[in-house]
Design a protein around this ligand. Sequence first.
Ligand SMILES: [Zn+2]
Length: 193
Amino acid sequence: MNDFQTILLEGICYLGDKAYPDSKGRTEPGFFDLLVQSSGGAVSVYDTLRPLVGRQVQLAVHHVPSMPIDVHRWGGGACHWEPYGRCPFGHHTTPTRMFNEAGSGVLAYDLDHETSTGGWWLEQFDGTRLMLPLAHALPGHRSRVAAATLFAVDAMRDALAGQGLDSVESLGNRATDLRDMLEQARRMVREDT
Ligand SMILES: [Zn+2]
């Protein structure tokens, strides 16, 4: 039985050079795979998430700032677009912004190359959709993607504990704390100068 699944990816994300098939299996130029460069090499975020499509999961996706957090850099150091002066996620206008989505629900994927719509989202248990604009938010940023099928939450807690982390749920909370801290710190820096 393959009921318990966990995912934990962390590293700098970037778009691959290979076109990624949409939900109908069509590949079109311009729609690229999303990869994460981790210690073990490049891993496809989409390929990693796909086995969880249609499953009830707890999931957190967020930017990971440098440690210790660097308040002078975009996204606390998570953003690698800063030397280029422009970030597709918008760090050049809001440097303290951190991508941070977390929730529980059924993971869904519906990419349609013909209409350029769709992507990844969670059908949450309250009936709302939590959209996950991964291809927009993650490329060029140090990021973490953590997910566990709901029955595997205990196993995930063990996996995260091995990395000095808490739970999938708390990853989202922690990312919000980091953003608040970053905003506060930058306000202080501005007042000093
Ligand atoms: Zn950025």
